[in-house]
Design a protein around this ligand. Structure first.
Ligand code: HEM
Length: 460
């Protein structure tokens, strides 16, 4: 078996990555034709019942409408109170445990030997044939080696160098916003700023930066894995296009360095200069996986925190007044926004052996979902958990970045971007008025917004 695996890896290393994705796409189409599409879950939006109208066994915590229909707070509150480690026997993604209390989530997240991140960190399984490998879904020691190879891209020294550039880009975006007229904050600010950042991290052609957002959105919205809205066909086409661009980026960078150019602090340069990842291009699914992880990791999350902050401050106008009176609260407010928003609702694990968690027997092989969105609203840890309190003393204790070996690698970068955004906003604008309800994305994983109409008033 090992020899066969080695043979397959060798063959794969010689085939361009995009062709491999196209092959997987064909395989998937044949499967769909043979099984008449019965393998993909299909979601239809129906009104979710009030928490008091339904028994605990019947609540579907995998529903991609939980957040969009604003049912999540009451559902999770009931779970925290009545069944903090809760088994859902049926769901479109199979059975799973929901862990909803802060302390239990920490126990699971910090114990990677007992709760494995392999083979995937979202509820469903990857589409057949598209098993791209990311270190977020690997256990030590492989995880540690791969993480170490790329984490220089967000090392403090690199971030310091990036700060001036981020500020310039934030100023440019804010100075070009329409004043005293409605516009969509999500597309004009949040997406614009995160795409600029991603292009910097990857040294990706700046004028094509919106492709990064498109690919990342496709990867994060798959109905098979998160209940989102993308079609699998689009996902395969997008991943093949992404593979083509990333391979070209890799070879172009290698040629420039071979031609005497100094390696930069971008991700591709780092991967090419690290012993463990120098030949990553020859392990196509791992190559693609690690690059996808960086763009997905840094895309939705930061974008939705940028939008979430505006939504939260409009719901708690007293906090906006507090902020204007004391801008030194911005760093703490950034943590509080990330807690309040919780841009990624959960991470999934698999139990590696039978174990007992808060009185419940979890069997080897069971799926365990750590609901950060619930832990961040645990009233035993956060006072008035549903409120945004920008000077909350324990805001930094939020779970949104996870804990343990997988703790978010980009947390400092995300905080830096948000801090600069709010510093520049407060300097320019008197008010940011939210016009109507935000549009919430359909997903059980990404907790975010597709549209938020606002109007800004400049300072006199
Ligand atoms: C991992 C959230 C920004 C890159 C994670 C995890 C979460 C998370 C929940 C998994 C933690 C766990 O399993 O314990 C967030 C949030 C962000 C954010 C809420 C913004 C507010 C970023 C940015 C980047 C990034 C900007 C890009 C540099 C990563 C990577 C991992 C990760 C590479 C995998 C770490 C590992 O497995 O060792 N993030 N993230 N994230 N994030 Fe972030």
């Amino acid at each position: 078996m090992k020899i066969l695996d080695q043979f397959i890896s060798k063959v794969r290393a010689t085939i361009p990555i995009d062709l491999q994705i196209q092959g997987a796409h064909c395989y998937h189409k044949v499967r769909l034709w043979l099984f008449k599409g019965a393998t993909s879950p299909v979601f239809q939006e129906l009104r979710l019942p009030d928490v008091d109208e339904v028994s605990l066994e019947k609540i579907d915590f995998s529903s991609p409408f939980l957040f969009r229909q604003n049912r999540w707070k009451s559902y999770f509150k009931r779970l925290r109170e009545e069944a903090p480690v809760h088994y859902q026997a049926n769901s479109p993604f199979g059975p799973f445990w929901s862990v909803t209390r802060y302390e239990d989530i920490l126990t699971v997240d910090k114990n990677h030997e007992l709760f494995s991140a392999e083979p995937f960190i979202v509820m469903g399984d990857p589409p057949a044939g598209l098993s791209i490998e990311m270190f977020i879904a690997m256990d030590p020691p492989k995880h540690d080696i791969q993480r170490q190879a790329v984490q220089g891209v967000v090392a403090p020294k690199n971030l310091k160098e990036m700060e001036a550039l981020i500020r310039l880009r934030v100023r440019d975006v804010l100075d070009n916003l329409p004043v005293d007229q409605p516009f969509d904050w999500v597309s004009q600010v949040s997406i614009e700023l995160t795409s600029r950042m991603l292009a910097t991290l990857l040294d990706f052609p700046y004028e094509q930066r919106h492709k990064l957002v498109y690919w990342s959105d496709l990867a994060a919205a798959s109905p098979e894995t998160t209940g989102g809205v993308g079609t699998l066909n689009d996902t395969f086409l997008g991943v093949a296009d992404m593979a083509r661009h990333f391979s070209a980026l890799w070879y172009d960078k290698a040629a420039r360095i071979a031609g005497g150019e100094a390696p930069g602090y971008d991700l591709i340069s780092l991967l090419q200069s690290h012993e463990a990842t120098r030949d990553l291009i020859k392990r196509p699914m791992e190559f693609l996986g690690n690059l996808t992880l960086l763009i997905v990791g840094g895309n939705d999350t930061t974008r939705n925190s940028m939008t979430g902050g505006v939504v939260a401050l409009s719901q708690f106008p007293g906090e906006f007044a507090k902020l204007k009176a004391n801008t030194s609260l911005i760093p703490n407010m950034v943590s509080e926004i990330i807690r309040w928003q919780t841009p990624l609702a959960y991470m999934r694990r698999i139990a590696t052996r039978d174990t007992v968690l808060n009185g419940q027997l979890i069997r080897k092989g069971d799926k365990v979902i750590m609901w950060y969105a619930s832990g961040n609203r645990d009233e035993n840890v956060f006072e008035r958990p549903d409120d945004l309190i920008i000077d909350r003393s324990n805001a930094r204790s939020h779970l949104s970045f996870g804990f343990g070996v997988h703790r978010c690698m980009g947390n400092r970068l995300a905080e830096l971007q948000l801090r600069i955004l709010w510093e520049e906003l407060i300097e320019r604008f008197e008010a940011i008025s939210v016009l109507g309800e935000p549009e919430i994305v359909q997903s059980n994983f990404v907790k975010g917004y597709s549209k938020l109409m606002v109007q800004i008033a400049r300072k006199a």
